[in-house]
Structures are given as C-alpha cells and as structure tokens.
Design a protein around this ligand. Sequence first.
Ligand code: HEM
Ligand SMILES: CC(C)=CCC/C(C)=C/CC/C(C)=C/COP(=O)(O)OP(=O)(O)O
Length: 306
Amino acid sequence: MRNSELLLSSRQELNRYTVMIQDYLELGKPRVVLVMLVCAAVGMALAVPGLPDPIIMLLGLSGIGLSAMGAAAFNHLLDQRLDKLMLRTSRRPLADGRIQAWQAALFASLLSACGLSLLWWSVNPLTAQLTAAALLGYAVIYTAFLKHATPQNITIGGLAGAAPPLLGWTAMSGQIAPDALLLVLIIFAWTPPHFWALALHKRDEYARAGVPMLPVTHGVDFTRLQIWLYGWLTVAATLLPFATGMSGLVYLFGAVLLNIRFMYWNWKVWRGQDPAAPLSAFWFSIRYILYLFAWLLIDHYLKGVL
Ligand code: HEM
Ligand SMILES: CC(C)=CCC/C(C)=C/CC/C(C)=C/COP(=O)(O)OP(=O)(O)O
C-alpha cells in the first residue's frame, strides 16, 4: 500500500471511530444531562455553608451524570420502534440501525452500574438509592409504561427529571432537607410547560405514532391553557425559596425577570395566534431553568458577602 493510501485509510478509520463515539454519546442525551448536572451542582452548593468539597462534588456529579446517561440510553433502547415513527427521532443511532440493541443494552447497563456504584461507594448510599429511584422512574416507569398509557405521563415521570438538585444536596450533606425539596418542586412544576410546548409543535408526529401526549388526547386548546396554568404554578414555586428565607433579594430579582419572560412566552402559546410560539417557548424554557439555578447560586454566594 502506498503512503497516501495508508493515510487515507487511517483517516477513514478515525472518522468511523469518531462517528461511533458520537452515536454512543447521543444515547446518553448529553445536553439534557448537562443541564441536569448544573441543577445538581447548585443543589450541592446550597446544601452547605461556604464552598462544597470539590472531591465529593466531582464524584457526585460523575455518578449522577453516568446514571442519568444510563437512564437516557435505556430510554433509547425501549423506544427504538417508536423513535423510528417520528421524524424528530428517526435518525437516532438505534432507530437508524447504527447501534444494535444488545450494544445499547450493554452500554446503558454499564453506565448505570458505574454511576450507581460510584455514588454508593464514594459518596453515600442515600444518594445512590435516590438516583436509582430516578433512573428507574425515567427508564422504566415513564418510558415503558406511563408514556404509552396516559397524557399525565410527564407530570408523573417529571419527578425523575426533577430529582438532580436533591441528588446534589444529599451527595453533599447526606440528608434530605425541605429546601432541597423546594428545588425539586420548581423543576417538577416547570416540566409540563417545558414539554407540552414541544408536544404542541410536534402534535401530528405524536398522533401518527399513537403516543397519548396531551395535545393528542385533549386537543391543542386545552394544552395551551394547561401550559398557561402550569406556568403560573412554576412562577409560584420559584417564589418559595425567597418566601422561606432560603434565598435572598438577589435571587428574587433574577427570578422575577426570568418569570416575566417565561410567562410572556406561555401567554403567546395560550393565545394561540403565533404558530411559532410553542417552539420558541420550549427553547426559552431550557434557558429559563438554567438561568434560574444560576441565580440561586449567585444569590447563595452573594448573601455571604453582602
Ligand atoms: C419527564 C420530564 C421531561 C420530558 C418529558 C422532557 C422532554 C423533552 C424532549 C422531548 C426534548 C427534545 C429532545 C430532542 O429533540 O432530542 C427535550 C429537550 C431538552 N430538555 Fe427536556 N424533558 C423533561 C425534563 C427535562 C429536565 C428535568 C431537564 C433539565 C433540568 C430538561 C432539559 C432539556 C434540554 C436541555 C433539552 C434540549 C436538548 C437538546 O438541545 O437536544 N428536560 N426535553
Ligand atoms: C438518574 C436521573 C437523574 C435520571 C433522569 C434521566 C433523564 C435523562 C431524564 C430526561 C428527561 C427527558 C429528556 C425526557 C424526554 O423523554 P422522551 O422519551 O419523552 O423524549 P424523546 O422522545 O426525545 O426520547
């Protein structure tokens, strides 16, 4: 083989590996997990006065992240047939046949086992148990049952996605505190407006695939109203950290600004006059939750200084 041919084939080999790594990474829904890890990190910071122990923080975030990615990979595995039916998900590695079911099962099991063991042995058993509950809640209860059974799938399944700040909190303090549950409540209330905005936009795909999401079972108008109402519930939940004295005026300032924008988009969705509003509301909901947790963190550290 000539040198140029050798170079070409090693480049092709490298490309194949890069694509394979990207496919496995995609199974773990890395962008969703990254936002969850931010929420977990804020839970860690708020659980203790001063700075959290960096070693526990690293071990805790690794364990939570690996477990959440494991749960997401199980979701890909169990949903592979459904994912083939929807345009948004049809190019996923399993749905598209780029990864085999046994490979995904092995990957999901390895990630979950590594994540949970790391938490059990190097953080604390309570965090490992709560993370295992969230993993099963999303991968099994939501994906295998609720998603196909009831339009309330995400209100109940949302509890698993809302767990990260509590997991961060227990990783650092070893106990479940009311303040940590407030943070869970915020994400729990936020999940319906977050997801139903996307479900409105993708209503026809869900209908064709036979998934009983709210806009499919109860119609578009009812879903718009629910987004508006759950939006207010989220606003109320976000005021609780200030009302209970857990966070101060800096947080309140940030939360009010974010809530104005959040309710502006939810209002646009509710009115139903702008066909682009649901997708814009969905994307804003992600920035909203990220920035809200950032404000909690800023407030926590400024409280010590101001
Ligand atoms: C059961 C609860 C939840 C449901 C049903 C849900 C649903 C969804 C769906 C269907 C997508 C689109 C995914 C895609 O196109 O690949 C999405 C995207 C996203 N979700 Fe959620 N979500 C939930 C909870 C959460 C939570 C708790 C967080 C973070 C704290 C979160 C953060 C995100 C982010 C960052 C994206 C964008 C991902 C990207 O850019 O590809 N979600 N969500
Ligand atoms: C241990 C722990 C913290 C677990 C949480 C796991 C986790 C990654 C939850 C993500 C929530 C999510 C993106 C739901 C969408 O699922 P879907 O199946 O309805 O959406 P899809 O159609 O895009 O797959």
